[in-house]
Design a protein around this ligand. Structure first.
Ligand code: HEM
Length: 98
């Protein structure tokens, strides 16, 4: 999960530390965010919903890395993450950006 999440953040195109590069490669993902779907690409970084989600992703990665040898400590959180995203029709493949 950690590797997949890191891949989602580090764009293969410009290596910038930003979820926005994921939206550049997959504009259809942005349209799944009700509060972001109409925000122009160059205004994303200034958007609170956007930075909130980026922070959540980075925190989840950090937490997974810290607990690499202790998967039980992160499993409940990751299961919750899966359920909450499944409810929004985010599919497992969308986490697998590489
Ligand atoms: C490690 C990866 C990710 C983490 C930690 C994460 C975390 C979160 C959190 C904490 C929320 C708000 C609370 C909740 O409903 O759970 C959220 C909402 C959401 N996430 Fe993610 N997310 C991740 C990846 C993704 C991906 C890959 C997509 C789609 C491409 C996505 C789409 C959404 C959407 C559409 C919402 C709802 C936003 C809203 O209601 O305005 N997430 N995410």
């Amino acid at each position: 999960v950690t590797r997949l999440a890191i891949n989602a953040i580090y764009s293969k195109s410009n290596s910038s530390f930003s979820f926005s590069s994921l939206f550049k490669e997959h504009p259809e993902y942005q349209s799944q965010f009700p509060k972001l779907k109409d925000i122009p690409y160059d205004k994303l970084d200034a958007n609170k919903s956007f930075t909130h989600h980026v922070n959540a992703v980075v925190l989840a990665i950090a937490n997974s890395v810290v607990n690499l040898k202790n998967p039980n400590a992160v499993l409940p959180e990751l299961e919750k993450l899966g359920t909450s995203h499944q409810r929004r029709n985010i599919r497992p493949e969308q986490f697998e950006v590489s």
